[in-house]
Design a protein. Structure first.
Length: 272
């Protein structure tokens, strides 16, 4: 994290000092602010690699600050829209947390913050942001280097208009972005032929293959109705569910093998 420029928003002086100290010991350059209004002024004066903000602060809180950065129209903040933002709070209702993640909040931590987990979350955010910057500068590559989720999040947050083509074996998926939103999606292969939201979700689940960024054709139909952050969240949730199912299946298989081995061992002992 050496040299990383971080904007830290926290109204409690002792908490802000403690978090800033943790970050500075890691080599970060930290600018402090006590609420969202001060944070926006700091953003207007200089660039940052990452922002960490408390949710509940006097005046403009963390959610308001996030909305102003991501969706505001101020010209001086235009270049900051893709800046990663980590929000912190005490117990937050599940619905409110889901809305924040759905809107594009990059990371969320519950207070009180564990220093080691805090540093790990910040490092992970920095790695993702750097990978996204690299991927946005490339026009082709391997999904092992840049996941389709990271590519789509980059196109969404940077407001790009482009066609993302992904090939995985005999399967080809096309995602057409218009000003950062997925407008059209198709996926075709030996056992699949879909378009629209279903195709977008299938495409976002591709884990291996090649990607290519192409110019968008002159005429692109609108087949996707869901908002892009929502699709990304649904795809990530579905991916987690599949991973859990795979783990459960593997655990059942391992248990069955162990049971068979135990039964065989018991049979041998009886024979003896």
């Amino acid at each position: 994290m050496q040299g990383t420029r971080i904007l830290l928003l926290e109204d409690d002086r002792e908490t802000r000092w403690a978090l800033a100290t943790v970050l500075r010991r890691e080599g970060c350059r930290v600018t402090e602010a006590s609420n969202g209004e001060e944070g926006l002024k700091a953003l207007g004066r200089g660039g940052f690699d990452l922002c960490i903000s408390d949710v509940c602060m006097p005046g403009m809180g963390g959610f308001g600050f996030f909305a102003a950065v991501r969706f505001g129209e101020e010209p001086e903040l235009a270049s900051r829209k893709s800046m990663p933002i980590l929000l912190m709070s005490g117990k937050v209702p599940t619905r409110e947390l889901a809305q924040a993640l759905d809107a594009g909040v990059d990371e969320f931590m519950e207070k009180p913050v564990d220093p080691e987990e805090f540093k790990a979350r910040v490092r992970a955010l920095i790695r993702r942001a750097r990978a996204a910057m690299t991927s946005s500068a490339r026009t082709s590559g391997d999904l092992e280097d840049f996941s389709i989720g990271a590519l789509c999040q980059t196109l969404n947050m940077s407001g790009r208009t482009a066609r993302l083509r992904v090939t995985s074996g005999a399967v080809t998926a096309l995602l057409d972005f218009e000003k950062g939103s997925i407008r059209n999606a198709t996926i075709q292969g030996p056992s699949i032929d879909a378009r629209g939201d279903a195709a977008a979700l299938e495409a976002l689940g591709i884990g291996e293959g090649k990607f290519e960024l192409l110019p968008t054709p002159d005429s692109v139909p609108k087949t996707v109705t869901s908002d892009t952050p929502g699709l990304l969240l649904r795809a990530a949730t579905r991916s987690d569910e599949i991973a859990l199912q795979v783990q459960a299946t593997a655990a059942l298989a391992a248990s069955a093998v162990k049971s068979a081995a135990d039964a065989a061992d018991a049979g041998i002992r009886l024979a003896d």
